[in-house]
Design a protein around this ligand. Structure first.
Ligand code: SF4
Length: 376
């Protein structure tokens, strides 16, 4: 089982916090789309005929494509890969691209999951982050989308400077009232070289407050778990039957193909990164070359990745699997390093599975790095 990720590297405007790869000029849309289709064909044998269960349009802003352009890419996948009968096809979409007409057209297409970038229902937060939509659009779109799609996820951001706990509670309340079965939620982070980093450095925007982020994360976990959402990955909450199949496959270490500029691929032992530049990407593909950098993962790298992704999920990490896949010394090491966190109730060990406790979740990246094998 495998998945295909297609990166659409265009956005209407740059959100102040974003460090993904995108261009705000749509001039190169045609050649990029042509190159995406060609890359799909050039790499069709890479997954060794594995069945494709998920297709994910991420970005950038995939909802900037017309429904016909999306269909064309889905068709190219279907013709060249062994796609299961009813694959999960996700489209990341921004509220300002989703008119009622657009939602209806998408609902009649093979796209069966929408991931909507709401981020906040408060105007001041959307302005601070330079989102292209407003609070009214965010609410309206959820009302329309839930009439035509069952499988909807929304993104919400916490820890935004000036976002009070009461306002955050209200964001959660509106999200729950909309009836969406999946919520992805991230702490606002200040990435280097973003507009937000610049504003923080100049004192225009206050620093992000870790304690505020931690409180709001716990608020979120508490609220959503009490409403039957499972926090199946640190940043992801879904009702039964609505976990993202695409992302779950990443976290469980399944192979996937990443198509498009800046997209990542993984085949179980190697990781690949496509070039992060639209023009260089198009030129290479036009010349029948793959603009990809490939890294072979050592046993140590694979163990570290398993620890990092596994501890962030509800499935945790299995010491038995570590012993079988990476060696007994790795399992012994993981258990030894985990001891102090178990004693501090940040991790818990159940039979041979290590998982983060609610308190440990917010600190899990630091805990995982302490379990990393740095030398051997
Ligand atoms: S729409 Fe998404 S990808 Fe585009 S700038 Fe905003 S956060 Fe980044």
């Amino acid at each position: 089982m495998s998945g295909i990720y297609i990166h659409i590297p265009f956005c209407k405007q740059a959100c102040h916090y974003c460090d993904f790869h995108f261009s705000t000029s749509l001039k190169k849309k045609e050649p990029v789309l042509k190159a995406l289709k060609k890359e799909l064909i050039l790499r069709k044998d890479e997954l060794g005929g594995a069945t494709i269960e998920t297709i994910y349009f991420g970005g950038g802003t995939p909802s900037l494509l017309t429904t016909d352009e999306i269909l064309d890419l889905v068709g190219t996948v279907q013709v060249n890969y062994a796609v299961i009968e009813d694959p999960e096809i996700t489209l990341e979409a921004n509220p300002d691209d989703l008119s009622l007409e657009r939602i209806k057209t998408l609902a009649g297409s093979p796209v069966n999951r929408l991931s909507i970038g709401v981020q906040s229902f408060f105007e001041k937060d959307l302005k601070l982050m330079n989102r292209a939509h407003n609070a009214q659009e965010a609410r309206q779109v959820l009302d329309w989308a839930t009439q035509y799609f069952k499988n909807i996820s929304i993104d919400l951001i916490y820890g935004i400077p000036g976002l009070t706990d009461q306002e955050w509670q209200e964001n959660i309340r509106i999200a729950l009232a909309s009836g969406v079965p999946h919520i992805s939620s991230y702490a606002l982070t200040v990435e280097p070289k973003t507009a937000l980093a610049n504003f923080v450095a100049k004192g225009i925007v206050p620093e992000v407050d870790d304690e505020q982020a931690q409180r709001q994360f716990l608020q979120l976990v508490q609220e959503l778990e009490s409403k039957d959402f499972v926090n199946y990955e640190i940043s992801n909450f879904g009702k039964a039957g609505y976990f993202s199949k695409n992302n779950t496959a990443y976290w469980l270490g399944k192979s996937y193909l990443g198509i498009g500029p800046s997209a990542h691929s993984f085949n179980g032992t190697h990781r690949g990164w496509n070039v992060r530049n639209n023009q260089t990407y198009v030129k290479a593909i036009e010349a029948n070359e793959l603009p990809i950098e490939i890294e072979e993962l050592s046993v140590k790298d694979r163990y570290n990745e398993y620890v990092m992704t596994g501890l962030r999920t509800v499935w945790g990490i299995s010491l038995e699997r570590i012993a079988n896949e990476f060696g007994h010394n790795y399992a012994k090491y993981a258990k030894m390093q985990a001891q102090k966190y178990v004693a501090e109730h940040l991790l818990f060990l159940e039979v041979d599975i290590l998982r983060a406790t609610r308190k440990g979740k917010f600190l899990v990246d630091g805990i995982a790095s302490d379990l990393f094998m740095v030398k051997l």
